[in-house]
Write a protein that binds this ligand. Structure first.
Ligand code: MTE
Ligand code: MOS
Length: 801
């Protein structure tokens, strides 16, 4: 996939630093003109490519009694039907545990020899054909017979049945029972938080072929090329070195392609080996949504103790996540939920436990925030309960409990720059005119019967680093060619988040060249090996430091050569905008490179980086799992119709901390996009399964995504100033995930509007389901009416004749 990448033309003026400049995404023009290619676009360029289609089991849990693929071959164009018998290596694609059969196999636990179906839609065979149409027709002809079995479809059912993927994890600080017993006010509660479909625009896609050297070449829409390489090697039964995975760009990943590209790449690779032809696997939307995992739904049960002024004293929180049929990333996702169930608040005594439930559903996986959002929604729920129990405004109770200098989290990490929380809180409130708007909204609500407005502010504190320590490393490979042109390779993948743009900026400044002289190459496992997933928002921290490392090495070599040409010491040499200067003289970059080549100076370098200082003791539940925290806060105003529950977001103000931004335009895009995606999760996107475990919302027609229509008419995003983060490339902070959780302010603003329907004012609990769809907002108001706290507004009559 070597189509030209359009190099941005509108970047900073010559001589200016590239890092920190607001430049467009390196593929922006290609995105909007359609010139940008994605994995599946390659298929049209490959002669003889075969198309794949799955045969999917219509049961959530069953035995596969009989599989007869012969009838598929009666369809013209069908070349091969892949089943478990075709797997040359291991029939398993599990990334973290070998519990993920690619094709159904007998369960190890119950001794039954029949292959087991573990979720509704599980592929039992893949048909390969000359056209996608033929593959579909062939798949329809495969005969499969099943004996259905009892299925576990909810977290509650899993808890009752004792069906878990993991033991209980826990993080404890202090004597929680004693602190609860000593608390003036104690509140119990429960919250279920729904899942979310990633709904990346580009569905899962893979292409595999054996190249002229005998190498298995895989193009995959994967956030984690190294893991895809490992899994493909495993199912083929070959060493990883026999497999190359390339990733040009993705049309979104959002975590959904961190592990879950692997089975589709594996099917393509097996097909390519068996048929000796290129094989293309590309899911249509409905199959993508049904076959792949989503954000984990969570159930939380809590007991919180506080003072009469709302100061938190103790919290006991138990979490259960719905892991689906296999473990996948559920364990670290749960871990991140436990780490983030404090959000930005100091809880002196805290015990949080969690367990991953095993259900017969698609295997839930990474999704922007990676469990953090679920943990944070729980504590924000708790904060609101506390505020309504003590009768104080929620923003006052939230502010009172924010972390301050010197505090440690419940897992013992010092919150180093905790004062940023208070600073963001104060700056945002004044910038968004919180006080006057609060008064106006209260006055509006006092005079309006059927329409109520709500206002809320919520903070974000999000830990940056993979909690699996070994993942916090990255590599790069930078080549300078004889004519002075430069190629950079790094281990991260581009999914729209702007990682490649930032890497170009970092390389440009590190080498002293204009961005136009540098070309970023597609991510490939034969260029940079043993990479980590592009995830945990750490893509630019890790790869940026590795790219800079390689560029620094090259620059030092070039400076040596230049020094001899200019007659000065290498320390005195500067390189800026492609001009090499020293001792009052200057030389073009290309001339120095030409000399370096002829003097046999190595013009290629690898770079490497590993995050310092982080450590984690799982047994003790103590350590410093995060290199630093990203902070932010958002204020949202909503308007709710008390008759119907229909609502609109009127205004959003965000102040977010990205350190010294590497690329402000990209970062603002990440903040706005993250917020919109979070708002979708908390308010509109509702996954519905039927009682057989079939997903009834597999398409945009039944699954309501946020669109431009739901974006607030007033949407003000600012990046925190004077926010440099030492020790990170360019003084920046990670930005990919943290802003998603700013959307919790939408949920809390809706609750504020619902509460405004109650005559009891701010006192008394206001239950609100998640997602807070219009229907659920209606039921939240209706509950207040049933409790006698609110009345139905007078119907509006006589308005229309
Ligand atoms: N932005 C876009 N446009 N598309 C995406 O798929 N994924 C998010 C976030 N922002 C995503 C995105 C997720 S889940 C993560 S972890 C980060 O980007 C990954 O990229 P980074 O580490 O380079 O920020
Ligand atoms: Mo992001 S959920 O870490 O891919």
């Amino acid at each position: 996939m070597n189509e030209p990448r359009s190099t941005p033309k509108h970047f900073a003026p010559p001589g200016a630093r590239a890092v920190g400049a607001s430049i467009p995404h390196e593929s922006a023009t290609a995105h909007v003109t359609g010139a940008a290619l994605y994995t599946d676009d390659l298929a049209t360029r490959l002669p003889g490519v075969l198309h794949a289609w799955p045969v999917m089991a219509p049961h959530a849990h069953a035995w596969l009694e009989r599989l007869d693929v012969a009838p598929a071959y009666h369809v013209s164009g069908v070349v091969k039907v892949l089943t478990a018998a075709d797997v040359p290596g291991e029939n398993d694609t599990g990334a973290n545990r070998r519990d993920e059969p690619l094709f159904p196999r007998p369960a190890t636990s119950d001794g039954d020899a029949r292959p087991e179906i573990l979720f509704h839609g599980m592929p039992v065979a893949w048909v390969l054909a000359e056209s996608e149409e033929a593959a579909k027709l062939g798949a329809a002809r495969v005969i499969a017979e099943y004996t259905p079995r009892a299925a576990i479809l909810t977290i509650e059912q899993a808890i009752d049945a004792g069906a878990f993927h993991t033991d209980e994890e826990r993080i404890v600080r202090g004597e929680v029972d004693a602190a609860l017993a000593a608390s003036k006010i104690v509140i119990d509660g429960e919250l279920y938080v729904g899942g979310q479909e990633q709904f990346y625009l580009e569905t899962q896609a893979s292409i595999a072929y054996v190249d002229e050297s005998g190498t298995m070449m895989v193009h995959s829409s994967t956030q984690h090329p190294t893991e895809t390489q490992d899994v493909v090697a495993r199912v083929l039964g070959v060493p990883a070195g026999d497999v190359v995975v390339q990733q040009l760009r993705m049309g979104g990943g959002f975590g959904g392609k961190e592990t879950q590209a692997n089975p589709f790449a594996s099917v393509a690779a097996i097909g390519a080996v068996v048929t000796k032809r290129p094989v293309r696997v590309r899911l249509d939307r409905a199959r993508d949504v049904v076959l792949t995992g989503k954000r984990h739904p969570f159930l939380g049960r809590y007991r919180v103790g506080c003072d009469a002024d709302g100061t938190l004293r103790a919290l006991r929180l138990a979490l259960w996540s719905d892991g689906g049929w296999s473990l996948d990333l559920s364990f670290p996702v749960l871990g991140r939920a436990l780490f983030h169930s404090d959000n930005a608040y100091y809880v002196p005594a805290m015990a949080v436990t969690g367990r991953v439930c095993k259900t017969h559903k698609a295997s839930n996986t990474a999704f922007r925030g990676f469990g953090g959002p679920q943990g944070m929604v729980m504590i924000e729920e708790v904060l609101d309960r506390v505020a309504r129990a003590v009768g104080l405004p929620a923003d006052v109770v939230r502010e009172k409990n924010l972390y301050r200098e010197g505090h440690e989290t419940h897992y013992g990490q010092r919150v180093e720059d905790a004062d940023r929380l208070a600073r963001i809180w104060g700056e945002l409130k004044s910038d968004a005119q919180w006080d006057s708007r609060r008064r106006e909204i209260d006055a509006f609500n006092a005079s309006s019967q059927s329409v109520k407005r709500g206002l809320a502010i919520t903070p974000v504190k999000f830990g940056i680093s993979f909690t699996a320590k070994w993942y916090n490393q990255a590599g790069a490979l930078v080549h300078v060619y004889k004519d002075g042109s430069v190629q950079i390779n790094h281990g991260g993948t581009e999914m729209g988040q702007g990682l490649h743009t930032k890497m170009l900026q970092v390389a440009a400044d590190a080498l002293g060249l204009p961005i136009a002289c540098i070309r970023i190459m597609p991510t490939r496992t034969d260029k940079v090996p043993n990479t980590s997933a592009t995830a945990a928002s750490s893509g630019s921290d890790l790869n940026g430091a590795a790219v800079k490392n390689a560029c620094d090495v090259l620059r030092a070599r070039v400076c040596e050569v230049a020094a001899s040409m200019l007659g000065c010491t290498s320390d005195a040499v500067t390189i800026e905008g492609g001009v090499v200067r020293g001792d009052g003289r200057e030389l073009p970059w290309a001339e120095v490179i030409d000399r370096a080549y002829h003097e046999r100076v190595q013009l290629s370098a690898t770079g490497f980086y590993k995050t310092p200082e982080i450590h984690w003791d799982r047994e003790k539940g103590r350590g410093r799992p995060f290199y630093y925290f990203a902070y932010g806060a958002a204020i949202t105003e909503v308007e709710v119709d008390a008759f119907t529950g229909m609502y609109a977001i009127r205004r959003v103000d965000i102040l977010h901390d990205v350190g010294d931004s590497l690329s402000p335009m990209i970062d603002v895009g990440q903040v706005e996009g993250g917020f919109a995606q979070g708002a979708g999760w908390l308010t509109q996107e509702e996954l519905v399964w039927d009682d057989k475990g079939a997903l009834r919302t597999p398409n945009a027609s039944t699954y309501k995504l946020p669109s431009l229509g739901e974006c607030p008419p007033v949407f003000r995003t600012k990046l925190l100033e004077r926010a440099r983060q030492e020790g990170v490339v360019g003084g920046s902070k990670a930005v990919g995930e943290p802003p998603l959780m700013l959307a919790i302010s939408v949920r809390e603003a809706l609750r504020d509007a619902v509460a405004a329907c109650a005559a009891t004012g701010r006192r008394g609990a206001v239950a609100l389901a998640s997602p807070a769809t219009a229907e659920q907002v209606f039921w939240a108001i209706q509950t207040l009416r049933e409790e006698g706290r609110a009345t139905m507004p007078e119907p509006i009559v006589g308005v229309r004749s």
